[in-house]
Ligand binder design. Structure first.
Ligand code: PLP
Length: 406
């Protein structure tokens, strides 16, 4: 019989605990800076206008049914997802050395990559992730039997990149290690390497024969420019690396709950490249079959509708600018207000960091005081979701920070 007594109580996911406490708070002034989803100036979820249009188009299409998608997903979705990530003129696409498979959003893509590595990777079976990283990275890799190890990333003093520490750790890792990197808009810090720094990292990764795995959850959402947010990945591909990519459409399409994502495997150039990619695709299909059989239709149909129509694509880019632009303006407003108040410390990191999150540098104690005294909720590590700030609450937040820091 099943020995249920050996199953211990698991700790609650800290983000969900935070969300619960926020919901229970009755104050009309409460501010949620924990959420990892875009909010508009009224702190409400935003359905992208282009998504509404695509939805309408789909609803009026009498041909659409609810049959299973192919195991590898909807081809018109995966092919455009690859072009979006790699660039339509990518050598990997032109030389047919990329394979793409639709996944359960970005999480599913990271998981499929992890499972694939767990089954086939013959190098150092340890995954090097940034310190800190999206906490789920640890769980996803550990759950498939690949332990994680951290490389330095965030410099507490500058609140920027600890580039020397990062390079030394990657150089010091045993040859053939798996190096997980955030393609852009690093979660939770909002700190990204510059393109020059990416080039140096690529050099070290090549020298040490490491295997790069990019997690791209915020393309277009960070800078507002799709190509710019993919530049690190594209640079590595131009350099001929064999690599993996997890791609999410949760944030950039606002399709969080629809679970639209894609996993890409790229091989190095060479005569064998196309046959290699065919072998990889066949194994990925088997893993997919045993995990989810067939990926979900709706989110992928929405994305495919937009990516395959030039006019809708242009509208999507405008919607992306609306989101990234609002976030950038909140960064400016917050920094400006803190500097105006003369809040102790430096606040340039608020505008230097990019994407949805900012590592404020607030201590755990200050975070707790903000919650207890001012009904402002954020994770213990001082990370705030910039999307939770808006024209109505940014001054109140800045004043509250000033109060706990002074
Ligand atoms: N990777 C990173 C770094 C993230 O921040 C997230 C979401 O917060 C994801 C992956 C996966 O998101 P989803 O599974 O919703 O696409």
């Amino acid at each position: 019989n099943f020995p249920t007594e050996v199953v211990p109580q698991a700790p609650e996911d800290p983000l969900f605990g935070l969300m619960r406490a926020y919901k229970a708070d009755q104050s009309p002034d409460k501010i949620d800076l924990g959420i990892g989803a875009y909010r508009d100036d009224n702190a409400k979820p935003w359905v992208l206008p282009v998504v509404k249009k695509a939805d309408e188009i789909l609803r009026n299409n009498p041909e659409l049914d609810h049959e299973y998608a192919p195991i590898a997903g909807i081809p018109s979705f995966t092919s455009k997802a690859a072009e979006l990530m790699l660039g339509a003129d990518s050598p990997a696409l032109l030389e047919k050395r990329a394979t793409s498979i639709q996944t359960i959003s970005g999480t599913g893509a990271v998981h499929l990559g992890a499972l694939f590595l767990a089954k086939f990777y013959k190098g150092n079976r340890k995954v090097y992730v940034s310190n800190p990283t999206w906490v789920n990275h640890h769980q996803i890799f550990n759950n498939v039997g690949l332990p994680t190890e951290s490389y330095p990333y965030f410099d507490k003093n500058t609140k920027g990149l600890d580039f020397e520490g990062m390079k030394a750790a990657i150089r010091g890792a045993p040859e053939h290690s798996i190096i997980l990197m955030h393609a852009c808009a690093h979660n939770p810090t909002g700190v990204d390497p510059t393109l020059e720094q990416w080039k140096e990292l690529a050099e070290i990764i090549r020298e040490r024969k490491h295997f790069p795995f990019f997690d791209s959850a915020y393309q277009g959402f960070a800078s507002g420019n799709l190509a710019q947010d993919a530049s690190a990945v594209r640079y590595f591909i131009e350099q001929g690396f064999e690599l993996l990519i997890a791609q999410s459409f949760a944030k950039n399409f606002g399709l969080y709950g629809e679970r639209a994502g894609c996993f890409h495997a790229i091989t190095s150039p060479g005569e064998e490249a196309t046959t290699t990619i065919t072998r990889l695709a066949s194994q990925l299909a088997i893993l997919q079959r045993s995990e989810i059989s067939n990926p979900p239709l709706y989110g992928a149909r929405i994305v495919s509708t937009v990516l395959n129509d030039p006019a809708l694509f242009a509208e999507w880019e405008e919607n992306l600018s609306t989101m990234s632009g609002r976030i950038i303006s909140m960064r400016k407003a917050l920094r400006g207000k803190l500097e105006e108040l003369g809040t102790p410390g430096t606040w340039n990191h608020i505008t230097d960091q990019i994407g949805m999150f900012s590592f404020t540098g607030l201590t755990e104690q200050q975070v707790q005081r903000l919650r207890d005294e001012t009904h402002i909720y954020m994770t213990k590590n001082g990370r705030i979701s910039m999307a939770g700030l808006n024209i109505h609450n940014v001054d109140r937040f800045a004043n509250a920070v000033h109060h706990v820091v002074s």
